[in-house]
Design a protein around this ligand. Structure first.
Ligand code: SF4
Length: 306
């Protein structure tokens, strides 16, 4: 009898993949393992939802793991362990703000691939010359249909991708309803809190400490920005259901008074200099004793203008 290939589900902690996993289990087709890649810079709601759904998966006997990119070569930099800290180290924005996708390739896809590369069922499958089945939670919305079309052109010899929500004809509304039926809270769209994909309404919900970090990211990156205004790249005029917004999230935060003007001005004026001075000092310290980027951020959180 032909052995079935092992099934791995990519779970971004958003609505669609969560509903996909719930329904697959109900249909008697549970995945063999579920992976969530954590950039260390998720929205607070996502950080709260992850342990809730992991506990639900544990109760249903589903193997699940949170994986992370682990930077190792810091050269002269303070060690960093999240995408946020990576951006502040390099004084840049996430690649999505430049229309590229290397931030998710590095912080989401690569850690999942690395985990799979050490998963015995995958190794046995690849040794037989077969593929592991990867479940992707794209639904039937126009946006996910475009993402599906992009992916379909890419042939990965290690994985066969399956899109259960699309097989079932499910929309986002079906997914929300299914999660509610299960008695679970409905997760927010999962993304880094500074992602270009964040909508104005979503930025409005962020707590002040994350708004301050957005101002810091843009202020630190500003000297090197040429063709984009900030995390949102370029301004968008509001029309046909699209919310108007500037290219820089700091401008939006200022216009909407989400933080006091004086605080924004002080972060922009003082924090990047303090951070650069910290990095210069750290560069002269051997790696073993070098302070981490997290230690500077702890100081920034205590006093945003450091
Ligand atoms: S959520 Fe946005 S910023 Fe974060 S890794 Fe993905 S594309 Fe990059």
């Amino acid at each position: 009898m032909k052995r079935q290939s092992p099934v791995l589900a990519a779970w971004g902690a958003g609505v669609e993949p969560t509903a996909m996993i719930i329904e697959l289990i109900a249909r008697g087709e549970p995945p063999d393992a579920v992976l969530m890649a954590d950039t260390g810079s998720e929205r607070p709601e996502t950080d709260r939802f992850v342990p809730i759904f992991r506990a639900w998966m544990d109760d249903h006997g589903i193997e699940n793991h949170v994986v992370r990119y682990e930077p190792k070569r810091f050269r002269h930099w303070p060690p960093y362990y999240s995408l946020l800290e990576n951006l502040l180290t390099n004084g840049t924005l996430p690649s999505i703000s430049f229309g590229r996708h290397s931030c998710s390739a590095k912080w989401k896809i690569a850690p999942q691939d690395r985990w799979a590369a050490n998963w015995p069922p995958a190794l046995e499958t690849w040794a037989r010359g077969e593929r592991v089945t990867k479940l992707i939670g794209y639904d039937c919305s126009p946006a996910d249909t475009r993402r599906y079309a992009d992916r379909e052109g890419y042939d990965d010899p290690r994985f066969h991708c399956r899109y259960p929500l699309r097989e079932w004809g499910w929309t986002r509304a079906d997914c929300v309803a299914r999660i509610g039926q299960e008695g679970l809270p409905v997760p927010v769209k999962s993304s880094c809190f500074f992602c270009a994909a964040m909508k104005p309404d979503e930025v409005r919900t962020l707590p002040p400490e994350l708004l301050r970090l957005i101002v810091l990211i843009e202020a630190r990156a500003k000297p090197r920005l040429r063709n984009v205004d900030g995390l949102w790249r370029k301004p968008v005029q509001g029309c046909r259901g699209v919310q108007a917004r500037p290219g820089a999230m700091t401008e939006f935060i200022r216009d909407e008074t989400l933080l006091p003007h004086e605080e924004i001005e002080a972060i922009e004026r003082l924090a990047p200099h303090d951070l650069l001075a910290f990095q210069d000092r750290a560069a002269g310290i051997d790696l073993y004793n070098r302070p981490t980027m997290r230690s500077w951020l702890d100081r920034f959180h205590q006093s945003p203008v450091v």
